[in-house]
Design a binder for this molecule. Structure first.
Ligand SMILES: Cc1cc2nc3c(=O)[nH]c(=O)nc-3n(C[C@H](O)[C@H](O)[C@H](O)COP(=O)(O)OP(=O)(O)OC[C@H]3O[C@@H](n4cnc5c(N)ncnc54)[C@H](O)[C@@H]3O)c2cc1C
Length: 381
């Protein structure tokens, strides 16, 4: 290719969006890549590393289970890692009892202390929904009631959701919940995707394998906003940081919810017998309990490590996790998006750049798709 190896792309953020772009530009187009990451490691929020006390691979920013039904992304990532056979299940504690989620026959029958058949359970859910008589839900609570009825909502959704978002469910917009699937079987698999698993050597190894290329220079502990006046000449900037920060918050700050983790070393080999436990009682201050050793059942550890997840409203400068996306946020985002389309030679992407909740497969596939568009532009001049 003409100019092979002579063009330069600067990439901000070494999460999946930035790392896929870096790998593609270096390997496919032979460009020089300068990858800036303000944290001390690559991988963004998907980063995992061995816990120094137990050796268990912990997911520093919360549990990450890769799942996809799209072959392209699956094949792409398998070039840099293999995945184990982990199949995710989620359990929930409510008033001293443990239930499997999403809602299914086990959760319904445990809650009711009965043995409803699939058909009987469907009739029961339909009757509970009908009792509420909600045609046009005005908020999250009404939306959930209109989908599953009051018993399931009050047991598993209401207090958990209010802890997570920090406001009453009646004050949350209805569109936060698009669906609350109820399965009329005893199946407890959380995801239906064809391909699922955890990278066998951890996410850290996945990212380092992806980024190992002589054309890729990685600068850790480097905030783009501290160095942007002193960057080498470049042909393209790929920006996967917060879009409002790029424009100096001139239309206001976008709303986010954050989480923090409390680490426990319980001194036992197995604390809860599963990887993720939702804490559905309002008087328990954390939302979830994570035990990472269960993500790698092929490995044995003498001790375990547990993270409790607490939800909070971030202050400026804190890490951000979940976009709030209320009406005011979406209006602000539209202004930044319109501006971003006017900035030449800058590509915005990833969860922070798009202000969207993207799971890993969406992030990888949007980066791969965007790269193909950019490649066509380069090839066609
Ligand atoms: C708690 C939680 C659990 C999740 N679990 C799953 C799961 O089980 N399965 C799944 O598929 N997805 C999951 N996700 C989603 C997953 O985390 C995202 O899909 C993924 O992180 C998106 O990658 P990204 O590159 O867009 O963003 P990020 O991973 O956030 O990477 C962006 C990077 O940019 C860096 N950066 C930002 N600003 C600057 C700057 N100014 N200068 C330099 N660097 C900068 C940041 O430090 C960060 O490293 C989860 C998300 C959360 C919040």
């Amino acid at each position: 290719m003409e100019n092979k190896g002579t063009k330069t792309v600067v990439i901000v953020g070494a999460g999946f969006y930035g790392s896929v772009m870096a790998e593609r530009f270096a390997n496919e187009l032979g460009w020089r890549v300068l990858l800036l990451e303000k944290r001390s490691h690559v991988g963004g929020n998907c980063w995992s590393c061995p816990d120094p006390d137990t050796g268990v691979e912990v997911h520093t920013y919360g549990p990450h289970i890769f799942h996809t039904s799209h072959e392209q992304g699956w094949k792409y990532l398998n070039r840099f890692t293999s995945f184990n056979d982990y199949r995710h299940t989620v359990w929930a504690t409510r008033k001293g009892k443990v239930y499997p989620l999403p809602f299914g026959l086990a959760a319904i029958n445990l809650l009711l202390g009965r043995r409803l058949s699939p058909a009987e359970a469907q009739v029961w859910v339909a009757a509970e929904v009908a009792k509420e008589g909600i045609d046009k839900p005005r908020n999250l609570e009404e939306k959930a009631l209109s989908l599953v009825g009051r018993p399931l909502y009050e047991a598993f959704v209401k207090e958990y959701t209010e802890k997570h978002w920090g406001v009453k469910a009646t004050e949350l917009p209805a569109y936060i919940i698009t669906r609350l699937p109820v399965r009329y079987t005893y199946g407890v698999g959380y995801y239906n995707d064809r391909w699922q698993g955890i990278p066998v050597a951890g996410y850290g190894a996945l990212f380092w394998n992806m980024l190992r290329h002589p054309n890729i220079e990685i600068r850790l502990n480097t905030d783009y906003f501290d160095v942007r006046g002193a960057l080498p000449a470049h042909d393209l900037l790929v920006y996967s940081g917060p879009i409002d920060q790029f424009f100096d918050y001139r239309h206001g700050r976008l709303g986010w919810r954050s989480v923090r983790f409390e680490k426990l070393l319980p001194g036992v080999a197995d604390f809860q017998g599963t990887s993720v436990m939702n804490e559905c009682d309002g008087d328990v201050p954390y939302t979830r309990t994570h035990e990472f050793k269960h993500f790698t059942p092929e490995r044995t550890f003498e001790r375990t490590v547990v993270f409790r997840e607490y939800s909070y409203a971030p202050r400026p400068g804190d890490d951000v996790y979940y976009p709030v996306r209320n009406d005011a946020d979406l209006a602000i985002r539209a202004k930044y998006k319109a501006e971003s389309e006017q900035v030449p030679h800058v590509v915005f992407g990833g969860r922070l750049g798009a202000y969207a909740y993207l799971d890993m497969e969406n992030t990888v596939s949007t980066a791969l798709e965007k790269f193909e568009v950019l490649k066509q532009d380069v090839v066609c001049g």
